[in-house]
Design a protein around this ligand. Structure first.
Ligand SMILES: [Zn+2]
Length: 319
C-alpha cells in the first residue's frame, strides 16, 4: 500500500480545475479541509527517523545516536529548553534481547516548557525513540513504532511553544523501551522534578497507522477514571476518533496495554497516566514497518487528536 499523495494546487490552478469541472458538467468535489500547519514537518520527522541510515535505532547503537542527535536538534530549533538536570539523561540497565539478557547504555532526551496557570505542576509527555535495530540482515525501521510517536510529540512541542500550556510540560524522548521500558523506569527512579509534582504522564507510542479500525486508543482511563470525561467530549478528526479501553481486568494478554509501553513505568510508580496509540497491524515489529505505509491524512488526524487531548487535559486538571 502506498500513501495517497495530496496535490498541492495554487488557488488559481484550483479555480481553473473547478471551472473545467463545471464546463464538463461534473459536480464539484466537496472541499477538502486544509492540512494543519504541522503536517509537512510531522511527515519529515517520521521519514528521517525511520530511514535506513538510522538502522532501526537500537539502544546503544550508532543509528540510535543519530536519531538522538536529530531529536536534540529539533527541540533546540523549537526553542524547547533543557531542564536543570540537563538535555540528556544517561543510564545503564539490563534489558531483553532475542538472545537473552544484555546490558544496555541508553540516553533519554529531555525538554521543558513552562506553564502559565500551574507552573509547579508537570505533565510529562513521553515517546520512545528506540526500536529493535536489525536482525538477520534486515532493518526494522519502526516508522509507526515509534518514529510516529516522537514526531507527534515534536508537533505538540511546537504547538505549546506557539501557545503556552497551563501546566509546565516535560517532553521526554525515551530510550530502551523495546528492551523492557528501561528509559522510562530510569526516568521515574531519577526524575527531574519530584514525582508528586507530576500531574500525569501522557505517552505516545504508535500514533500513525489508525486506519486498521479508525481509532486512536486511549488506555488508562480504567485506572484514572477522572480523565475519561475530559477526552470523551473530543470530536473525531477526519477518519480517526478516540476509543477507550485495553485497560480493564477483562482485557487480557496482548489486549491489555496497561504495561505495554513506557507509561507502564509511571503506572508502577503510581503516577497517573494515559497512553495514546493505534491498534496492532500486520507490520507491527516487522521489517515492513516503513514510512511508505503511513497514510499522511490518517497520521495527521491522529496527531491532531493527540494535541487536542493534551490541551483538554492541560486545561481541565489541577483546577
Ligand atoms: Zn513502541
Amino acid at each position: 500500500m502506498r500513501p495517497i499523495r495530496l496535490l498541492a494546487l495554487s488557488s488559481a490552478a484550483a479555480s481553473l480545475l473547478l471551472a473545467a469541472c463545471a464546463t464538463t458538467g461534473e459536480p464539484a468535489a466537496p472541499a477538502t479541509p486544509a492540512a494543519p500547519a504541522f503536517q509537512a514537518q510531522l511527515l519529515e520527522d517520521v521519514r528521517i527517523l525511520s530511514s535506513d541510515e538510522m538502522a532501526g535505532r537500537d539502544t546503544g547503537s550508532a543509528g540510535g545516536e543519530m536519531a538522538r542527535n536529530y531529536i536534540v536538534g529539533r527541540l533546540e530549533a523549537l526553542g524547547v529548553a533543557a531542564p536543570a538536570m540537563g538535555r540528556l539523561q544517561t543510564w545503564e540497565a539490563t534489558g531483553r534481547t532475542r538472545q537473552g539478557p544484555r546490558t544496555f547504555n541508553g540516553v533519554n532526551i529531555l525538554g521543558v516548557v513552562r506553564g502559565t496557570r500551574v507552573p509547579d505542576r508537570y505533565i510529562v509527555v513521553t515517546a520512545h525513540y528506540d526500536h529493535v535495530g536489525t536482525n538477520e540482515g534486515q532493518i526494522y525501521n519502526g516508522a509507526d513504532d515509534n518514529a510516529s510517536g516522537v514526531a507527534t510529540m515534536l508537533a505538540l512541542a511546537a504547538e505549546v511553544k506557539r501557545l503556552a500550556p497551563e501546566h509546565s510540560v516535560i517532553f521526554v524522548a525515551l530510550d530502551g523501551e523495546e528492551r523492557g521500558l528501561l528509559g522510562a523506569k530510569h526516568f521515574v527512579e531519577v526524575p527531574p522534578v519530584p514525582l508528586a509534582s507530576i500531574t500525569m504522564n501522557l505517552n505516545f507510542d504508535m500514533t500513525a497507522r489508525a486506519e486498521t479500525d479508525g481509532k486512536l486508543w486511549v488506555t488508562g482511563t480504567y485506572q484514572n477514571p477522572t480523565f475519561r470525561p475530559i477526552l470523551e467530549a473530543l470530536p473525531a478528526d477526519g477518519a480517526v476518533s478516540l476509543a477507550f479501553g485495553k485497560d480493564t481486568p477483562q482485557d487480557t494478554g496482548a489486549d491489555n496495554w496497561v504495561e505495554a509501553s513506557d507509561h507502564g513505568a509511571f503506572f508502577r510508580a503510581e503516577v497517573p497516566f494515559l497512553y495514546l496509540g493505534v491498534n496492532y497491524h500486520p507490520d507491527y515489529h516487522r521489517p515492513s514497518d516503513d514510512f511508505e505505509r503511513i497514510t499522511p491524512a490518517v497520521f495527521t488526524s491522529a496527531t491532531s487528536l493527540s494535541i487536542a487531548s493534551f490541551r483538554a487535559l492541560d486545561q481541565a486538571l489541577d483546577r
